[in-house]
Design a binder for this molecule. Structure first.
Ligand SMILES: [Zn+2]
Length: 428
């Protein structure tokens, strides 16, 4: 076993991960170190003089015992999510389609009646639950942010609370227990994941089904989405680590499906042991993880591939800049901050990062840099030579959209291998 580099916590309230967050194991093997990353919402106003800013080590660790992949530092949530942090709904078309499909698929396993209750954890604006409601079932959302009010206005009854024993007690008292509980992108963010699963069990009716969706570690490694690694995401799940988590609480996974959200996610169906027949999908995906070498050779390869992609991107940009090309980047999602900082892009390479009108990021600098974030209109008015796509996981959709709006230049897709394309047809 390699030894873990000593981490320096940025503040007293960040916690170094010395034991696995799932199994308490001590053998945590470093996979890759992406450097010290600034919090993704640290965006000073354009023109302000740079001052001292925090940055946190992004060391990715894999547990030898349960295979959970996790960041080596848990940053104080008050720093990552300050009160002024604008929450956005994030319900894109791909997410809406996915939730509709999830509802349909769930009905092949559990036939819900009018009395059955579906509960969504971290229910946002109620988009997922609207599918269950339209299907004629009772629904209840649990959501800590202001989005809860929006959901209630839209007719999706929502409890404004963090998910945990108290919220569960309240829902059981008012609505009874749930036949279906859903949680999308919850396990990666929440600190005490074991307590969450215990609370799910307290809320789940007999023969009830728990459906979770998580960004999938296999997809991340396959398509080199290292840019989705930042401190809001504490953990990265595979089927085997999810199984380890759920089995510890008596839940059995009976169906698994790979889905396209967030550049590749995994939908997992679980119930109390023996309640449902285990589908062939479970073994298929388990085998796929093994064959890919997700616990051994693929991890070593991952680091080499990430480093090479950084060198290749810099080399491509160098060639273009030598010829005097003007390059802007498009889209400043959280993941863009990891890519920009890991690769080392600065305002000498990229003139600006463009965001659509009304983005709160316009008028600020990208975290850790002096690259200004400007209105997307610049792309159509000034027609820079190249547009680097920072939301490259939806490159095809973006290119079609930007061309339709009148951009005539070329596109740089930075990952998995950097390439220049002129049309969405060149995207696989
Ligand atoms: Zn572990």
């Amino acid at each position: 076993m390699q030894t873990i580099p000593k981490l320096t916590a940025g503040t007293g309230s960040s916690v170094v991960v010395e034991r696995c967050q799932l199994c308490d194991g001590k053998e945590l093997e470093p996979i890759i170190f992406l450097g010290y990353l600034p919090p993704v919402n640290t965006m000073p106003i354009i023109g302000s003089i740079p001052k001292e800013e925090p940055a946190y080590p992004a060391l990715v660790l894999s547990c030898k015992k349960c295979s959970l992949v996790q960041l080596g530092l848990t940053v104080d949530p008050n720093i990552l999510f300050p009160p002024e942090y604008p929450y956005t709904s994030g319900t894109t078309k791909i997410l809406r389609d996915n939730f509709a499909e999830m509802y349909k698929e769930s009905q092949t396993f559990i036939k819900l009646g009018a009395d059955d209750l579906a509960v969504d954890i971290g229910s946002n604006d109620g988009t997922l639950l609207s599918n269950f409601k339209n299907g004629g079932h009772r629904v209840k959302g649990i959501e800590p942010t202001l989005m809860a009010n929006l959901a209630n206005e839209r007719g999706i009854p929502t409890e404004r609370a963090f998910f945990g024993p108290e919220a569960v007690k309240k829902v059981v008292e008012t609505d009874g227990k749930a036949s279906v509980i859903t949680a999308t992108n919850v396990f990666a963010h929440i600190e005490n994941v074991h307590q969450v699963v215990e609370s799910i069990l307290d809320l789940l009716k007999e023969k009830g089904v728990f459906i979770s969706e998580s960004h999938y570690w296999l997809s991340l490694v396959e398509t080199l989405q290292y840019d989705t690694i930042y401190h809001e995401h504490l953990r990265y799940y595979s089927l085997s680590s999810l199984r380890y988590l759920l089995e510890q609480h008596g839940l059995e996974i009976f169906h698994v499906k790979r889905i396209p959200t967030h550049g590749g996610s995994i939908r997992v169906y679980a119930a109390r042991k023996g309640d449902y027949a285990i589908q062939p999908s479970v073994k298929e995906i388990e085998d796929a993880e093994k064959n890919f070498g997700l616990q051994d050779k693929a991890l070593t390869e991952f680091k080499r591939r990430v480093v090479n992609s950084k060198l290749a991107l810099m080399s491509l940009l160098h060639e273009l800049k030598k010829d005097g090309a003007r390059i802007v980047a498009v889209g400043a999602p959280s993941r863009a901050s990891t890519l920009v900082n890991y690769v080392g892009l600065d305002e000498g390479v990229i003139d600006a990062v463009l965001e659509i009108k009304n983005s709160y990021k316009i008028g600020k600098y990208m975290p850790g840099t002096l690259i200004p974030v400007r209105d997307e209109n610049l792309l159509f008015e000034e027609q820079p030579d190249y547009a680097l796509l920072l939301s490259w996981h939806i490159a095809g959709e973006l290119i079609a959209n930007l061309k339709a709006k009148g951009y005539k230049g070329k596109f740089i897709v930075p990952l998995p291998e950097p390439k220049i394309v002129s049309s969405e047809k060149e995207i696989l």
